[in-house]
Design a protein around this ligand. Structure first.
Ligand code: PMP
Ligand code: GLU
Length: 405
């Protein structure tokens, strides 16, 4: 069978394939520490489980409307109003297969072959590949050395006649940085002036620490819900840790939602009614469900920061949100894939190479595992990389002697 050149050029998702690596090692009984993961360890909120069970019990197993059930769209509209003060109705909402599905539909709706989409490094692994899948061209803007936040003037310089959209992800996967309000406002104005879409990937927007809130792009616009250039993307994967339920959404002007619904109708029809019921239950559930998850991640962030401080020569920026951090490992080698391989093979610690996020020399470490695993993972990293650390380490049932430094 001969594959299309486009399909052959699409890279594997490194984050998902590392999940599989960690799973396979665990199944083999290896004492692997998974600091590569992008999903918290919580259970589904009760309100979500009950709503889903009630729907199944009622025997309703049919297609839902393409853009989502009335109940869920209503709940998303309410959530949007409460979270951003942006007043929209159900017709401004489309429910998709995860935030990933929403993002893909939006890119498909905006991009013609050869059009450019500006992506800000460090960026989530799937943006460039999705842009390529709709035959667009990703244009990467890098932050100043040592930082994770782009300069407005660098973004402005990257926008050209072919630019159709800018993707902004703050709080940011992989760095945990939250973009300052002035930058967000500047980016929104830039998009409005140039007539391009501002895609706000808000999947982590509530997962912020130390009493912070995430600056909202909607605060920066004087447009209304039907004229705005802002398309926000969100979902239940991170908000409620319900990654496997695959429910996300886009909020956009009604005319855009209509186009997105046509795309969805011709591809996946709709998402599962059972899972939409669960998402509606989660969104209508008590805020305590979400707050418990957020505060446990903040406590884990603190543990991770304390443990990484013990590794000499590592440069770490304290994340303001998400459940990731992106330390600079260049003191231990410039090749992040080689470093990640060494840590996996010698220390059984899964990390994600910074190269995958456009930040070579860094490793993404996630702290959505247990505090105990974070401590053990950081101790193993130090042992594997730091010549001053004791030569021997107990890994699972074996004592391993470091002979590679
Ligand atoms: N955007 C970012 C920045 C992410 O990290 C993820 C990770 N899952 C997604 C989108 C996709 O989320 P979902 O699971 O809802 O598809
Ligand atoms: N977004 C998470 C991550 O970056 C989950 C995996 C994925 O969808 O890429 O690890």
């Amino acid at each position: 069978m001969s594959l299309s050149a486009l399909a052959s050029s699409i890279a594997e998702s490194p984050t998902l394939s590392l999940n599989e690596t960690a799973r396979a090692l665990r199944e083999k009984g290896e004492s692997v520490i998974h600091l590569g993961g992008g999903e918290p360890k919580n259970k589904a909120p009760r309100s979500a489980a009950q709503a889903c069970a009630a729907k199944l019990e009622g025997g309703d197993v049919k297609y839902t409307p393409t853009s989502g059930t009335a109940g869920l769209k209503q709940a998303v509209a309410r959530y949007t109003e409460q979270s951003y003060g942006w007043s929209v109705g159900p017709a401004n909402v489309i429910v998709c297969d995860g935030a990933k599905g929403a993002l893909f539909n939006v890119l498909f709706a905006l991009v013609d072959p050869g059009d450019e989409v500006v992506v800000l490094a460090p960026y989530w692994v799937s943006y460039p590949e999705m842009i390529k899948m709709v035959r667009g061209v990703p244009v990467i803007v890098r932050p100043p050395e040592g930082g994770f936040v782009p300069r407005l003037e660098d973004v402005a310089a990257a926008l050209g006649a072919k630019t159709k959209a800018l993707i902004v992800n703050s709080p940011n996967n992989p760095s945990g940085a939250v973009y300052p309000e002035e930058l967000v406002a500047g980016l929104v104005r830039l998009c409005e002036e140039r007539g391009i879409a501002y895609i706000s990937d808000d999947i982590y927007h509530k997962l912020v620490f130390d009493g912070r809130t995430t600056p909202s792009p909607y605060r920066a616009t004087d447009q209304d819900p039907e004229t705005t250039k802002i398309i926000s993307i969100n979902g239940i994967s991170k908000l409620f840790g319900m990654t496997g339920f695959r429910i996300g959404w886009a909020v956009a002007p009604k005319a855009m939602v209509k186009v997105l619904a046509r795309i969805q109708a011709q591809t996946v029809s709709c998402t599962s009614g059972l899972l939409q019921a669960a998402a509606e239950g989660a969104l209508n559930g008590p805020p305590a469900d979400f707050e418990a998850l957020r505060s446990s991640l903040q406590a884990n962030r603190d543990v991770m920061m304390r443990e990484l401080a013990a590794i000499p020569r590592l440069k770490v920026r304290r994340p303001e949100g998400t459940f990731y951090c992106l330390p600079d490992f260049r003191a231990y080698g410039a090749d992040s894939a080689a470093l990640a391989r060494l840590l996996l093979e010698k220390a059984l610690v899964v990390t994600v190479p910074g190269r995958e996020f456009g930040m070579e020399g860094h490793l993404r470490l996630s702290y959505c595992t247990s505090a105990e695993e974070i401590r053990e993972g950081a101790a193993r990293i130090r042992w594997a990389l730091d010549p001053e650390a004791p030569k021997q380490m107990r890994i699972g049932s074996k004592t391993v002697v470091r002979d590679w430094l």
